[in-house]
Design a protein around this ligand. Structure first.
Ligand code: PEP
Length: 256
């Protein structure tokens, strides 16, 4: 099995305005270049708020920074009477590579169902974006159904509407580990990631299962990242809090 290129993704959530995003990405790029990070061995991506994307796009293009970027959400619709929504077409026009779908905060605060997350993933693919499909169990799910039942179900629904050969990323983020400082153990992350890879194989075939990156997310820091990346089915991390501190995020990207 050829190992997949690790992806270190920073989800800024509702932090850093467009001016702050410029300063941040500049510092991040300098820091990684200073440390001679070999960008052929790891993909580094940031997920700023929508209003930052134009600034981030311009900066990265102007200075040829090898940093990828994406949005934190998109509409399941392409255009029309959907006040406040942003379409995949608009994100693609801004050179976004990725878009997060189904983050647990969207599921919890914006009532996104598995079906909505699935249609957002399909919308991303339709516009040539790579959806980062987030799944994960709450503390209550963990207690009543174990770790993998809910993520397996969520991913199954999300993959239903994707065309054959679709390029996507999965982020396994136990809700109880997000922002809690209580990360899953590498063994816990591996066990669910391996189950999710089976779900991918069942829905999309063995090539997709071998190719697709599965990230772990939930209280990832520079001092635990390497332990997750050592697991065979964990191909990177989705990082929240620690992605907002340039030097810390740069250290995570340099996990090797
Ligand atoms: C997240 O919300 O995607 C996340 C992983 O957050 P944190 O790293 O802060 O736990």
């Amino acid at each position: 099995e050829s190992k997949r290129t690790p992806l270190i993704a920073g989800n800024w959530k509702l932090n850093l305005n467009h001016l702050q995003s410029i300063a941040f990405v500049q510092k991040l790029a300098w820091s990684l270049q200073d440390a001679r990070l070999d960008f052929r061995t790891v993909d580094v991506a940031v997920f700023p708020p929508f209003t930052d994307l134009r600034s981030v796009q311009s900066l990265i293009a102007a200075d040829h920074f090898p940093i990828l970027f994406g949005a934190q959400d998109l509409s399941e619709h392409d255009s029309g009477a959907y006040t406040g929504e942003i379409s995949g077409a608009f994100l693609k026009a801004l050179d976004c590579r990725f878009v997060i779908v189904g983050h647990s905060e969207r599921r919890a605060y914006h009532h996104e169902t598995d079906a909505i997350v699935g249609s957002k993933a399909a919308a991303a693919i339709r516009h040539g974006l790579v959806p980062v499909i987030c799944v994960g169990e709450t503390a209550e799910d963990l207690e009543t159904r174990g770790a993998s039942a809910v993520p397996v179900e969520q991913l199954g629904v999300a993959l239903e509407g994707l065309p054959e050969g679709a390029d996507f990323v999965v982020a396994y983020e136990p809700v109880w580990a997000i922002g809690s400082g209580r990360a899953a153990t590498p063994e816990q992350a591996e066990s669910v990631a391996a189950r999710l890879r089976e779900v991918i194989e069942g829905a999309m075939g063995p090539d997709a299962a071998a190719r697709t990156r599965i990230l772990y997310g939930g209280s990832v820091k520079s001092d635990n990242i390497a332990s997750f990346l050592r697991e065979p089915d964990v191909d990177g991390a989705l990082v929240g809090g620690a992605s907002l501190v340039v030097e810390e995020f740069a250290k995570i990207a340099r996990f090797q």
